[in-house]
Design a protein around this ligand. Structure first.
Ligand SMILES: [Fe+2]
Length: 231
């Protein structure tokens, strides 16, 4: 494992070891520390060959979205890579009660983020209407300054991620804690209306879109020929 990735994992384990799964909270300083940790990581340090990954994404048999698991620490965090084929959209979804950091590794796209206006302790049901604030609609790419973003339980917790028309979008995704489909669940949404104030909108909870499919991706398919890391 590359030195930088190893140190990120060691730091995450150290920072999160006393956190409680059922009532997971991070301070703003802790969020900032974790963002700083992930800031400089690249495909190279993950041992991923961008060319091979791009070729994989061009395969017609591969789903529009692929996931490569990098590291998991039980109920505390999941670190993985999402790879979206060009012009593909990850449907609007949330991360109930969770914190997350997205670091773009290559390609480009767009992230639309929303914050639920009322604090949401409860889980959503299909057809619920959620008042939300439009937080960000940002273009992202691997370039510095547009490659890192984070979400918190009540801030930017709902998002849709789309790869550009002519480019795939590949990003490192850290979730704290991971989905457990009990306390930490996912719901899907559609935009119903925007308010008079352009910042406000209503989102409707919908079933998981039937065309949403995510493949598992193996390191073996995308690993560098001469990786600069050891397992
Ligand atoms: Fe997400």
């Amino acid at each position: 494992m590359a030195g930088r990735l190893k140190s990120i994992i060691v730091n995450l384990n150290g920072l999160l070891k006393h956190k409680h799964h059922e009532n997971f909270k991070l301070s703003s300083d802790e969020v900032q520390t974790i963002r700083n940790n992930l800031k400089g990581i690249s495909s190279d340090e993950l041992g991923i060959c961008n060319f091979k990954l791009n070729e994989e994404l061009c395969s017609s048999t591969r789903a529009d979205i692929s996931y490569l698991k990098v590291c998991s620490n039980g109920q505390i965090f999941d670190l993985g890579v999402f790879a979206l084929k060009k012009d593909c959209r990850m449907p609007m979804h949330n991360h109930h009660g969770m914190y997350g950091v997205v670091k773009v590794l290559f390609g480009s796209g767009r992230i639309q983020s929303f914050s639920p206006i009322r604090e949401t302790q409860e889980h959503f049901s299909i057809d619920d209407i959620v008042d939300a604030e439009i937080v960000e609609d940002m273009s992202v790419s691997a370039k510095e300054g547009s490659n890192l973003m984070h979400l918190e339980p009540n801030s930017g917790n709902i998002h849709a991620i789309t790869a550009d028309k002519n480019s795939p979008l590949v990003f490192l995704d850290l979730l704290m804690p991971p989905y457990d489909h009990l306390n930490y669940t996912v719901s899907y949404f559609e935009l119903v209306s925007t308010g008079e104030c352009r910042k406000k909108c209503k989102l409707k909870v919908i079933p998981e879109p039937t065309d949403y499919r995510c493949d598992q991706l193996d390191y073996a398919a995308v690993i560098q020929d001469n990786p600069s890391f050891e397992n």
